[in-house]
Design a protein. Structure first.
Lengths: 408, 475
């Protein structure tokens, strides 16, 4: 009996397909699943995972499938969440929206923008991401300075554990300390603790006005210090990013600020920042700003090889200097958060390993976000005690160890 | 109060600490920092939830991570339960002793270890008082955002344990948003480092986020790394006076719905206003007002007047009879006074005050408040409401006399009805005070048995023997 036949026997209602029938729209990184299963409800996800847990069948949770971390070789099935696609509840006055995890970020964003609200997060390729993948990955957003990390704004979720238990985590309210916060490790947990089927996000009012400011220079390094200085200004922009060799700026590198607020306050903020730096910024015309912001948002994150670095902001100059061999000239650097993202199609594993060592010596960490071939370099190693706690936590959510069975 | 009074109140020590164990603890922390004298132990019989009192076997007051580790290892080896305690200002009985337990207090771990201004970080010991951190970072143009009402006395360790909020978390978020790294001593004395600024890119699960709010059940945080924010340039504060609570609630909905993002939105009801105005904390609020609404904006000077104008218009449209705008810091403090001194004022009109805590979706506030009033009437209890209206965090305060057992029973029944109500409209049983012992019996209102089991399992990940803060959060 094939895997598909066994699953159909256990969960007759669930849709199963050949892997090749999934239109991912992007190159797949890693091993090929034996089966694609597409549950249409939380209950079906629970039935599938109950069966998988009992039969010890590996499960790869799948959102859009375009931004998965690398998958190693081995036998497993892919659990596609695309049928869990609906905005289930949206109360604009509560600033909360609940959607099935197969819903595209674009769909959620459109619903919010129709009411003068938005979800201020811009990881690479965000518009095509599913909400489930977006939350599971919790990639860094360059709007972190103004709005904080995604993990602070996921209010609730429904999660199916590796053995099919359904857990409602968090809720629909901003303040909630009823019991241990099991939602926190799930956000950014990359599917290791379960399959998300529904997520409640906090929404924000759309800023009345956005001004995009740029300070150009030929090299990324000479922009890091001014970027750090902006972070000490009396007013903070919503985003402070240095981008290398921006196509939208004719190949120039630039410090790019997004300033949000009422029109009068945006004027004042620009003036305050310029006075603080002793430098003048150019205002990017609205017609060009979206293209520039999209380029920054996706920078490196859609390349076949991509690494992300975090470090204390004050150590960014040293990291940038150490990252020359990893394509830092075309990096995007969030100077306020101390985050860098670099991507290319020909990054060498040796260069990444050397950068990782340099970053670790500076007290930072490095993650390989995408890697399309063999010889994948290692991520930053975790401390033993923390790793032990992580494994114990994973074991209570996924006692059979079926989730992400082939992850590197 | 969910757990019945009889469940937890016990004023007798079931056993004293053996001289051998006490001597070993004294060898670690020093003679004076292990308290076994019954007269001195009474000071630790409760936290801010005074309805429950249990005298601990002993209190140990370490000063370093190493001492905490040795103390916990010693107690673990002896099979003795440990109740962590910060300043003891918690309102859910999270630091209530157990009859067989020893309190490990962090009050003497009160050093600010470093302030890293360029990276906007501070490393502190858990006994640092919340407001003191903001004072210490002010010369660098920085501050610590979470501001629980008890910020002049509560400690960062307690804030981490409870994931504390405060009036300004509508805009700035609660404690978990600001904690970037922790040094934690586990139940068996093992020292574990969780997270840390600069390590965000690594692939680990968010154990820091999980630890924050674990109410002393997962370990004792002995070093805390927190993110600081730049001080705000300017502030605008408004006070709206309304005939009815419902009108004030509509004003809040209009303010948030119009796209404004206030730093704080707070409401006090008529019962609270009357109590405040009859006290030494009188703030000049009209005693015939149905509700008073405090709205505060902060940020760049240039945009604040526009925001305040729009909020004022929302208040007037919703039926405010008067809107006052502070023109100076002194006036701002005066406008806040009625809100900030509410709990103190109510303490003067009844022997006991149960400060309840629940959160509901903001749009459900008017109906929930109306029903809470009915519940008070049905149980013949005086309930005064003070709450963080911007994020739907209610504090229905029930005035009572705990010497009156019949009244206490009514308080318990009314509390349960209020909690059930809040959960039924999509809210939860606690927004910022934690579960402790107080809300433990309400947990099944929020979680089914599968979810409760998962909470218990998570606890065992950190403390397999269940020796840390037993009887709190989940049994």
């Amino acid at each position: 009996m094939t895997l598909a036949e066994e699953l159909q026997k256990a969960v007759p209602s669930v849709l199963t397909r050949e892997w090749g029938q999934l239109n991912r729209g992007a190159p797949w990184q890693g091993g090929t699943p034996e089966l694609l299963v597409s549950p249409a409800s939380t209950e079906e996800v629970a039935q599938v995972l109950t069966w998988a847990g009992q039969e010890k069948v590996g499960v790869l949770p799948l959102g859009s499938g375009r931004h998965l971390a690398p998958v190693g070789p081995g036998s497993f099935m892919a659990l596609d969440t695309s049928l869990l696609s609906s905005v289930d509840e949206y109360e604009p006055a509560d600033l909360t929206i609940t959607a099935g995890t197969g819903t595209s970020f674009d769909t959620v964003d459109a619903a919010l923008r129709g009411n003068g609200q938005w979800a201020p997060f811009d990881p690479p390729g965000v518009s095509e991401r599913s909400i489930g993948g977006f939350v599971s990955e919790a990639s860094h957003s360059f709007l972190w300075t103004g709005y904080g990390a995604l993990r602070n704004h996921v209010l609730g979720a429904t999660l199916v554990t590796g053995d099919g238990r359904v857990l409602r985590l968090g809720g629909k309210v901003v303040k909630n300390v009823a019991g241990y916060d099991l939602l926190r490790p799930v956000v950014g947990g990359r599917g290791r603790l379960g399959v998300l089927t529904s997520v409640c996000l906090r929404a924000f009012p759309l800023p009345a006005h956005e001004r995009v400011l740029v300070l150009k220079d030929s090299a990324i390094m000479s922009l890091i210090e001014p970027a750090l200085l902006v972070g000490t200004a009396p007013v903070l922009p919503a985003s402070i990013v240095v981008v290398g060799q921006a196509d939208m700026l004719g190949g120039s590198s630039a410090l790019v600020l997004r300033v949000h607020g009422a029109e009068s306050s945006v004027d004042a903020d620009q003036s305050t920042i310029e006075k603080h730096l002793g430098m003048s910024f150019d205002i990017v015309a609205r017609t060009e700003a979206d293209g520039l912001l999209n380029e920054i948002q996706d920078r490196g994150g859609l390349d076949s090889r991509c690494v992300e670095v975090s470090v204390l902001p004050s150590r960014l100059p040293q990291v940038v200097a150490a990252a020359e061999q990893v394509g830092v000239a075309r990096a995007a650097v969030d100077s306020y958060a101390g985050r860098l993202r670099m991507g290319s199609n020909d990054m060498s594993a040796d260069a990444v390993t050397a950068l990782r060592l340099a970053v670790e010596q500076l007290g930072g960490s490095l993650r390989v976000a995408r890697w399309d071939g063999a010889l994948r370099p290692e991520d930053t190693s975790r401390r033993d005690a923390e790793l032990d706690l992580t494994k114990r936590l994973e074991s209570i959510f996924d006692p059979s160890g079926v989730l992400w069975p082939t992850r590197p | 109060m969910a757990t019945t009074h009889e469940d937890v109140v016990s004023c007798s020590m079931t056993q004293t600490l053996s001289p051998n164990v006490a001597d070993r603890l004294r060898a670690i922390v020093g003679h004076d920092l292990v308290i076994t004298d019954p007269d001195r132990l009474f000071a630790y019989e409760s936290d801010g939830l005074t309805a429950y009192r249990v005298v601990p076997r002993a209190v140990v007051l370490p000063e370093t991570t190493e001492q905490v580790s040795e103390v916990l290892r010693t107690l673990h080896d002896e099979g003795i339960e440990v109740v962590p305690r910060g300043a003891g200002t918690g309102l859910s009985g999270g630091a209530l002793p157990t009859p067989d337990g020893v309190i490990v207090g962090t009050a003497r771990m009160s050093r600010i270890l470093s302030i890293d201004a360029p990276n906007r970080l501070a490393h502190v010991q858990p006994g640092v008082i919340n407001a003191r951190l903001t004072e210490a970072t002010a010369p660098y143009g920085l501050y610590y955002a979470p501001d629980p009402a008890s910020q002049s006395t509560c400690t960062l360790g307690g804030n981490v344990a409870e994931n504390s909020g405060g009036p300004h978390c509508l805009k700035y978020g609660v404690t978990s948003r600001y904690v970037t790294g922790l040094t934690v001593v586990m139940a068996d004395g093992e020292v574990v480092r969780l997270g840390g600024a600069g390590l965000e890119a690594s692939c680990g699960l968010d154990l820091v986020g999980l630890f924050v709010g674990s109410e002393g059940c997962f370990g004792i945080a002995t070093e805390i790394e927190v993110r600081l924010l730049p001080q705000v340039e300017s502030i605008r504060t408004l006070l709206g006076i309304f005939h009815t609570m419902e009108a004030a609630g509509h004003a809040v909905t209009d303010i948030i719905g119009s796209g404004l993002m206030p730093a704080a939105v707070e409401i006090v009801d008529n019962a609270t206003i009357v109590a405040v105005e009859a006290s030494v904390f009188s703030a000049g609020y009209p005693v015939d007002a149905g509700a008073a609404l405090v709205v505060e904006f902060d940020g760049t000077e240039a945009g604040l007047d526009d925001d305040a104008d729009r909020a004022e218009q929302c208040c007037l449209s919703a039926g405010a009879t008067k809107v006052i705008r502070a023109k100076s810091d002194e006036e701002r403090i005066a406008l806040w006074k009625g809100r900030k001194k509410a709990f103190g004022a109510m303490g003067r009109i009844a022997p006991d005050l149960l400060v309840q805590d629940a959160t509901v979706p903001r749009t459900r506030l008017p109906e929930v408040l109306a029903r809470i009033t009915e519940i008070g009437r049905e149980y013949d209890l005086k309930i005064a409401n003070v709450f963080h209206a911007g994020d739907g965090n209610l504090h229905p305060n029930i005035l009572f006399d705990r010497q009156n057992s019949e009244e206490l029973e009514r308080v318990e029944k009314a509390s349960r009805e209020i909690m059930t109500l809040c959960v039924s409209v999509g809210g939860t049983i606690t927004g910022e005070h934690g579960v402790g012992v107080d809300k433990r019996a309400y947990m099944p209102l929020v979680y089914n048995e599968v979810e409760m089991d998962m909470l218990r399992s998570a606890r065992r990940v950190f403390d397999p023997d269940g020796r840390l803060n037993p009887g709190k959060v989940v049994q």
